[in-house]
Design a protein around this ligand. Structure first.
Ligand SMILES: [Zn+2]
Length: 125
């Protein structure tokens, strides 16, 4: 699978850089592979790689990402500002603020809480 990013919108909002990727269905996944924008080298551009779809545990879900934010924490990771205090095993997929659809749920995820096809927004602290 060839990973491509057809449309890339970047705008500055207050102190955050908001990055929105609009990816067509065919470019985001194919079979058991997905596209991921990953850090290969600190201080360098992200590389869009074709990687294996994650295998989840019984308590996890897979979210098919429709849009992602890129906050200043991501920029610190990408630039390597935190490489001594928070070293990463590279390559690493950054991004902790996403929106998309639940594609798969683990067997112990309660059906009363979340199901395949649900629209979700995810953020991390
Ligand atoms: Zn953040």
């Amino acid at each position: 699978m060839q990973c491509t990013v057809p449309t890339l919108n970047i705008c500055t909002y207050t102190t955050y850089l908001i990055l929105t990727l609009q990816i067509t269905e065919n470019s985001i996944s194919s079979g058991n592979n997905v596209c991921a924008a990953r850090i290969h080298k600190y201080g360098s551009r992200l590389v869009v790689d074709d990687i294996s779809k994650p295998v989840i545990s019984s308590a996890e879900v897979v979210v098919k990402v429709a849009a992602t934010g890129l906050c200043h924490s991501d920029l610190h990771l990408i630039d390597g500002d935190w490489k001594k205090s928070l070293p990463l095993k590279l390559p690493k997929t950054s991004g902790h603020e996403i929106a998309g659809w639940v594609e798969e749920t683990g067997v112990s995820v309660p059906k009363s809480s979340i199901n395949k096809g649900d629209l979700v927004a995810v953020f991390g602290g």
